[in-house]
Design a protein around this ligand. Structure first.
Ligand code: NAD
Length: 249
């Protein structure tokens, strides 16, 4: 059987790499999108360590906050590797600062990278998925989309925007065999959270009912369910992976 092809934006980051490894273990051919030149080698080493070679995975450069660059990446992948069956929109950044000090640059950087990127890449894969009658899209949102967070008006707005996008697109493509879901991680140990001040980190950890930070594997396991063939009746949902720190739905 031909392997399904999965594209993970921000795929060389902490959660992205965890998702890439989990998908590769399930037999997907995985492509990690990256934007920082030089970040390929560390990702390739991690994939190799997990037992995967160039036969199982590849890497694709693009700034996904740019619509045309995203389109070129998708076209290149589809012409050289094959049609994208699974898309994980995982690229993200933070520019935390209270609104009263936030610059337009900090606002737009976070909206463009975290929210517009989801449109930019999805727009280029959705027709193919619908035409082929199968597709799985998982958008990585955040607990702070629904909870809010001091200093994150830009980030929370972008991540809440992802939830509206997810629900609406899910309705548009439901009849085509394409599902669209979100995963909202809580506090996950990655480079993004390594930047959090130590006293705030301890305060955050103390408030998590499961008593620990999440791992990229915790997020990857939720993604694996949502991309499986068996999850075809699950669409437009938002799966919380937050150790119980914010209980909703
Ligand atoms: P990370 O910083 O390790 O990974 C993010 C990746 O996105 C990086 O590799 C970065 O280079 C890439 N990226 C940034 N801008 C890009 C662009 N314009 N084009 C392409 N790639 C770009 O962080 P992470 O913790 O692995 O976060 C992954 C996703 O999970 C993000 O969307 C983040 O908002 C979300 N998230 C993380 C946490 C957490 O606690 N770590 C919690 C909730 C949500």
């Amino acid at each position: 059987m031909k392997n399904k092809i999965a594209l993970v934006t921000g795929g060389v980051g902490g959660i992205g790499t965890g998702v890439c490894i989990a998908l590769a273990k399930q037999g997907y051919f995985v492509i990690a999108n990256y934007v920082v030149p030089g970040s390929e080698a560390a990702w390739q080493a991690k994939m190799q360590q997990a037992g995967f070679s160039h036969d199982d995975c590849d890497i694709a450069f693009a700034d996904v906050s740019d619509f045309n660059a995203s389109g070129k990446m998708v076209a290149d992948i589809e012409s050289t590797i094959g049609p994208i069956d699974v898309l994980i929109n995982c690229a993200g950044i933070t520019r935390d600062v209270s609104l009263r000090k936030m610059t337009p640059e900090q606002w737009h950087a976070v909206i463009n990278t975290n929210l517009s990127s989801v449109f930019n890449v999805t727009r280029h894969v959705i027709d193919g998925m619908c035409d082929r009658g199968f597709g799985r899209i998982v958008n990585i949102s955040s607990v702070n989309a629904t909870k809010g967070a001091f200093g994150q008006t830009n980030y929370a707005a972008a991540k809440a925007g992802i939830l509206g996008f997810t629900k609406s697109l899910a309705l548009e493509v439901a009849k085509k065999g394409v599902t669209v879901n979100a995963v909202s991680p809580g506090f996950i140990d990655t480079d993004m959270t390594a930047a959090v001040r130590e006293d705030l980190r301890q305060q955050t950890l103390a408030a998590i009912p499961t008593g620990r930070a999440g791992t990229p594997d915790d997020v990857a396991n939720a993604v694996l369910f949502l991309v499986s063939e068996e999850s075809g009746y699950v669409t437009g949902t938002n799966m919380a992976v937050n150790g119980g720190v914010h209980v909703y739905q």
